[in-house]
Design a binder for this molecule. Structure first.
Ligand SMILES: C[S@@+](CC[C@H](N)C(=O)[O-])C[C@H]1O[C@@H](n2cnc3c(N)ncnc32)[C@H](O)[C@@H]1O
Length: 205
């Protein structure tokens, strides 16, 4: 795979990660036909960088953390592991996870990876409760709203999401509030246009 390096600044250090130069060439026709899978895992998304910065600026040492839809860059997972958390980075793409492992190693971060499709999350649910669930830019498709509203409360109490105002995101927030989640949202993050949302689901749901 032809890879290029991206430097992602954190407040007092930087992460150096690799991504495929041409993500469009990675489209797997069979996976697209089957589950409409796109190779979105192969890009540097502003939300991943924003969530990594947020994680880096907060104490996560000793926490059990899981990231959903980490992609190949897994920036929030890498930041959490460097901050002392025990981290499982997940995605439904094996290729994404192979690159995530390589990127974690490159930055000296110890990150476990595991395949998890939100449609089939049993293994992840069995390992719950997680202290913290991370996810960046995972609500870009309307079909992801009910999937994640069902899954997130089963994983743990606290969820941090970064989202660049994707059209389905407001419906997700309405659904989360209806499910009893406390939601604290902040905007104006670097990069601009990405919102950070902290959700706390009531225990025992
Ligand atoms: C827009 S990308 C964001 C990647 C990464 N979080 C970031 O911000 O750079 C969405 C990610 O979610 C993953 N994904 C999409 N649908 C999924 C599903 N149903 N189950 C698990 N992962 C999924 C994709 O493979 C991709 O890595």
């Amino acid at each position: 795979m032809d890879l290029v390096e991206e430097i992602v600044p954190l407040p007092d250090r930087e992460l150096a990660v690799l991504r495929p130069r041409d993500s469009e060439s990675l489209l797997d026709e069979e996976a697209f036909e089957r589950e409409e899978r796109m190779p979105y895992w192969a890009e540097l998304w502003p939300s991943g960088a924003a969530l990594a910065r947020e994680v880096w600026s907060r104490p996560v040492r000793g926490k059990r953390v899981v990231e959903l839809g980490c992609g190949g860059l897994a920036l929030p997972s890498i930041a959490a592991a460097l901050g002392g958390a025990r981290v499982l980075a997940t995605d439904w793409s094996e290729e994404a996870l192979a690159l995530a492992r390589r990127n974690a190693l490159r930055n000296g971060a110890n990150v476990e990876t595991g395949v998890c499709a939100w449609e089939r999350p049993d293994e992840l649910v069995e390992r719950a409760p997680w202290d913290l669930v991370l996810a960046a830019d995972v609500l870009y498709e309307r079909r992801n709203v009910p999937l994640l509203l069902e899954l997130l409360p089963r994983l743990g109490g606290e969820v941090w999401l970064a989202d660049p105002n994707r059209p389905p995101f407001p419906d997700f927030l309405v659904g989360a509030a209806a499910a009893g989640a406390e939601v604290v949202s902040t905007g104006a993050h670097e990069p601009p246009g990405v919102g950070l949302h902290r959700l706390r689901f009531a225990p025992g749901r």
